[in-house]
Each structure stands twice: as structure tokens, then as C-alpha cells.
Design a protein around this ligand. Structure first.
Ligand code: SF4
Length: 401
């Protein structure tokens, strides 16, 4: 079985490093030009260069989205920008624009691969072959591709295939939505999506309002969570498993990347994951801040149960309480406080290569060694008496009881 790539999003240098430490084989980021997520904290060329060095030292890769659908005025500086990305050491660009893709493919000494973005809505082997014939190195399938089609496409071995496994779904066909444009004049295909599908709307029938404050209508999809499909994808020969969410937090990335890393390693080592282990991974994925999740198109056509027509606020969890810093005192963890906690808090620690395990916080000290009862201030540095495996970058959260 060829090792499959776990591909994580990152909205900042620190988040990219977190994703890599927690097991991402590659990260994808936006540059400051020609990229969607125009409001996300996109990377400067210097930051991209720094990330490439870090990633390559950790056997990981960097993919850069160059994925706007450009209007005629958007092309200024494209060749120079692609050259600069190449010199920075990136491993791939992700693009949906035939103009950008053909420009990249014509670069004489290009070192990076060209991946065709999910925005091209590639759902079948003929479309994959079309992009292969044009010179693409990889195709990112549309999120609407059913599992049988993924298996069929991979069997043809046309070009490496990337498929989404986790994160936000569009209610519209991915990459073809004009809702945000229509409602706000913000173009989803140029990085400006206002997520209008997730707003709450009053419903009218024949000019009569049939909803009220309690029954506001929305049309959002549940987020994708495809842990139960990973085994099939690995056996089908998918090249890369993609997590969505360049705006997500460090904690989200650590939880989601760490959980899928464990699942992939288990399947690659044993050919499968037993049901108890899979259930544990799914429980772990629920610990990330999320909208409600569903299987997307992987269990067949989505029905009303994977749409969110009513109240569906994102769960904001305060359970992430501390980031473990470099160790400098035996028997204690040096911790940056993230959320309020107190002595006696039942906690658990997880980290790069460390599965979550429980431990009760029974001693807290400040940097001068004074005993503390509570930690109230995010970013404070404290010591926690601790027994059990840990390394810098591990995270401590409250147990869910
Ligand atoms: S408005 Fe909703 S469906 Fe449209 S692009 Fe944005 S997230 Fe996707």
C-alpha cells in the first residue's frame, strides 16, 4: 500500500507548523496574490519560504492556492509571482483557472506540481483524463463525487487523486455559487464568500411571512466528516486526503489532523481499523469546534438529514486550556494558559504522536513557584505538576464528563 498523504489547511505560519507537528504530510496555504480566502491571513513570500524550509525538514510539503477565477485585470504579475513561488521552494500550486494553469505549465524550469482545484467540479474519469492531457500533475475531486466514482477513477491510475475528508461543504455545487455575489456583491470565486447560505432567513409564501424569530430558515450543509471512508480511500489508491478550513484554530487543526493521522497509521499498519478504534477517532473528531457533521456525498445523495435548515450555531468550546511549552523543570509542564481552569480540573493531554490520556490537575504554580488555585488569564505562563508523556506543542483540555 503506498503511503497516503494527509493534507491540512493553514491560515498562518504557526498553524501550518502545528498541522505538520501533528502529522500532516502536506499543508496548503494561500499566498497574498491570486488566492481565494482573500480575507484569510494569507502568507507573504518570505513566510512561504520559511514554511517550505520547516516543512521539508519535517518531510512535509507545501501547496499554495493560486485559485481565483481571474478577471482580465487580475493577471498583472502572474508569471513573476509563479517564479517567486518556485524559488521559495513550494511543492505544488492548486488552481482552477485554465489561464493560470497553462501559464504554470509553460514555465520552463518549474519545480512545483500543478494541481487542479476542486472548484473545477471534477467528478468523473473523463474529466480527470482531460486535465491529465493538459499536463496537470494531480486532480482534486469535487466534494460531490460519490465513493464508487472515486474508486472507479483511482482504478484507472490516470493521475494522482486528492479527495476531501473533513470540513465545510457548500450548499451549492462547490465553486459554482453566486449566492454570496448576489446577496453581498462579494464573489465566492475570488475569495470573498460571505457564507450567505448559512445566514438565517424569513420565509414568505404569497407575500405572507410563514416563519418567525423561532423558525428562521437557513440552507447550510453539515460539515463533512469522513472517518469511516478512510479505509476505502486508502485501498482505492487515493493519493491525498484533504481537510478543509484555512480559518480554523490551532486547537481544531491539532485535534483533526492528530485524529486522522492515528487512523491512517492504523489502517496502513494493519490494513484496517477495528470498529472500537474507529469509534474512538470519531469521538475525538467531535472534540474540535465544529458545525454539526455528516458524510457529505459518501453515503449516497445527501438527504434532508445532512442539511441544516434551522438553528445550527457553531460549537465554540472553551475546553482547550493550555499549550505545553519547552520543558525546563522535571515533573512539571510549562504551560501557556488558553482558557480558565482551576486546581482539581479533570484534564487530558494529547500531542504530536501522543494519543489523548486523562490526568487531574492537582498543583499549579506561577513562574516564581507560588501556588495558584485558578488560572484566569489567557497567555499567562504557569507550571503544572504532571505525570505522563508530553512534548512541546502538546495541548491540554478539560475532560468531557
Ligand atoms: S455562500 Fe455557501 S454555498 Fe455559496 S460559496 Fe459560500 S459557503 Fe459555498
Amino acid at each position: 500500500m503506498a503511503a497516503i498523504e494527509l493534507l491540512a489547511p493553514a491560515g498562518s505560519l504557526e498553524k501550518a507548523k502545528t498541522a505538520i507537528r501533528y502529522g500532516a504530510d502536506a499543508v496548503y496555504i494561500g499566498g497574498q496574490q491570486f488566492s481565494l480566502r482573500s480575507r484569510a491571513s494569507n502568507f507573504s513570500l518570505d513566510q512561504i519560504e520559511e514554511l517550505c524550509s520547516f516543512a521539508h525538514e519535517h518531510d512535509s510539503k507545501v501547496h499554495v492556492t493560486v485559485n481565483i477565477i481571474p478577471h482580465p485585470d487580475d493577471f498583472n504579475g502572474l508569471e513573476d509571482y509563479l517564479q517567486a513561488l518556485d524559488q521559495a521552494g513550494i511543492d505544488a500550486i492548486i488552481s482552477a483557472s485554465p489561464a493560470i494553469i497553462s501559464t504554470a505549465l509553460k514555465m520552463p524550469d518549474r519545480h512545483f506540481e500543478v494541481h487542479v482545484s476542486t472548484q473545477r467540479s471534477i467528478l468523473n474519469e473523463k474529466a480527470v483524463q482531460f486535465w491529465k492531457n493538459l499536463g496537470a500533475d494531480r486532480v482534486v475531486l469535487g466534494r460531490e463525487t460519490p465513493m464508487e466514482a472515486i474508486e472507479q477513477i483511482c482504478k484507472q491510475g490516470i493521475v494522482p487523486i486528492e479527495a476531501f475528508i473533513h470540513g465545510g461543504m457548500c450548499i451549492s455545487f462547490s465553486g459554482r455559487c453566486v449566492l454570496s455575489n448576489h446577496m453581498t456583491n462579494r464573489d465566492a470565486n475570488r475569495g470573498g464568500c460571505a457564507q450567505s447560505c448559512r445566514w438565517k432567513y424569513f420565509l414568505y409564501r404569497n407575500n405572507e411571512m410563514i416563519s418567525d424569530e423561532q423558525t428562521l430558515f437557513s440552507m447550510s450543509s453539515r460539515d463533512l466528516q469522513a472517518a469511516d471512508q478512510i479505509e476505502k480511500m486508502i485501498h482505492a489508491g487515493v493519493a491525498s486526503l484533504k481537510i478543509e478550513g484555512r480559518m480554523k484554530s490551532d486547537y481544531y487543526l491539532a485535534v483533526v489532523v492528530g485524529a486522522y493521522r492515528r487512523l491512517i497509521d492504523e489502517i496502513e499498519a494493519n490494513g484496517q481499523a477495528d470498529p472500537e478504534f474507529l469509534a474512538e477517532i470519531i469521538q475525538e473528531l467531535y472534540r474540535a469546534e465544529n458545525r454539526p457533521t455528516g458524510p457529505g456525498f459518501y453515503h449516497g445523495l445527501p438527504n434532508e438529514n445532512v442539511q441544516l435548515y434551522r438553528k445550527h450555531d457553531e460549537t465554540v468550546t472553551q475546553e482547550y486550556i493550555g499549550l505545553v511549552l519547552e520543558a525546563d523543570r522535571p515533573g512539571y509542564l510549562k504551560v501557556q494558559v488558553k482558557n480558565h481552569f482551576a486546581k482539581g480540573t479533570p484534564a487530558e493531554l494529547f500531542g504530536p504522536g501522543i494519543a489523548p490520556y486523562p490526568y487531574t490537575i492537582d498543583e499549579i504554580q506561577d513562574l516564581e513557584g507560588n501556588s495558584l488555585e485558578v488560572c484566569n488569564h489567557p497567555m499567562d505562563i504557569v507550571y503544572l505538576k504532571w505525570e505522563g508523556p508530553s512534548k512541546a506543542g502538546s495541548m491540554i483540555r478539560k475532560q468531557r464528563i
